[in-house]
Design a protein around this ligand. Structure first.
Ligand SMILES: Nc1ncnc2c1ncn2[C@@H]1O[C@H](COP(=O)(O)OP(=O)(O)OP(=O)(O)O)[C@@H](O)[C@H]1O
Ligand SMILES: O=C(O)c1ccc[n+]([C@@H]2O[C@H](COP(=O)([O-])O)[C@@H](O)[C@H]2O)c1
Length: 189
């Protein structure tokens, strides 16, 4: 089976993530997309970061109706910060699937700074979608890189957290079950 891995903090998951995951699934030969919740991104501060179990539960609520999507907690028991190449090694040992990575053009620009990026490129491959104010570099011409067309959406988890703190509704920015869970548990306040 071919699996596209979408890594992120998902603090919280939002429609931007879900639209990209769906388009990546529709426009490639991947059978499933797995959302891999990273406890601690190597490049981000952990201010306002919900516990990873809460973030995991929100992803699960968001994708419950879509049998092409799964959520993974593989990084929860791994050293932090979470380096993607190490996670790929663990997943490859555990499963007999063909994995690739779904990343935005912004991450392609900084991809050469990722730990052992050549291993990711040669052994797994990338599906790249456009992000605002980022352009494709020479890595886009690599045979293991597939560039897909996708809308550029200025939605971020940062905006959503800010709106929740200001008591504004985040309807349509996140799926309804995610909004319900955030309200019920009073998250991000
Ligand atoms: N609106 C969006 N459109 C496309 N990709 C997105 C969007 N928002 C986030 N992503 C991508 O999804 C992956 C996971 O994102 P992450 O969980 O860091 O969300 P975020 O919204 O960027 O969070 P934050 O605002 O807290 O930094 C990253 O590779 C990120 O570039
Ligand atoms: O492995 C690395 O060196 C590495 C460097 C930067 C980011 N990542 C992973 O990429 C994912 C998305 O990153 P970001 O910065 O776009 O939120 C996140 O899950 C990180 O763990 C991984």
């Amino acid at each position: 089976m071919k699996v596209g891995l979408f890594f992120g903090s998902f603090n919280p998951i939002h429609m931007g993530h879900l639209i990209i995951a769906n388009i990546a699934h529709q426009s490639t030969d991947m059978d499933e997309v797995w959302f891999v919740v990273s406890p601690q991104n190597p490049f981000k501060k952990n201010n306002n970061l919900l516990h990873e179990f809460d973030r995991y539960n929100l992803v699960q609520a968001a994708i419950a109706d879509d049998f092409h999507f799964r959520v993974s907690d593989v990084e929860f028991n791994m050293p932090r910060p979470s380096y993607t190449v190490d996670t790929l090694a663990v997943l490859s040992d555990k499963y007999d699937h063909e994995f690739s990575l779904i990343i935005g053009g912004d991450n392609l620009e900084s991809f050469k700074k990722w730990k052992n990026y050549q291993v990711i490129l040669e052994e797994f491959g990338l599906v790249v979608y456009p992000r605002p104010s980022s352009s494709l570099n020479e890595l886009a011409d690599h045979p293991n890189v597939q560039v897909i067309e996708a809308p550029e959406m200025d939605i971020s988890a940062t905006l959503i957290r800010k709106m929740i703190r200001a008591d504004q509704s985040v309807k349509y920015l996140v799926p309804e079950p995610v909004e319900a869970q955030i309200r019920a548990q009073n998250l991000f306040k």
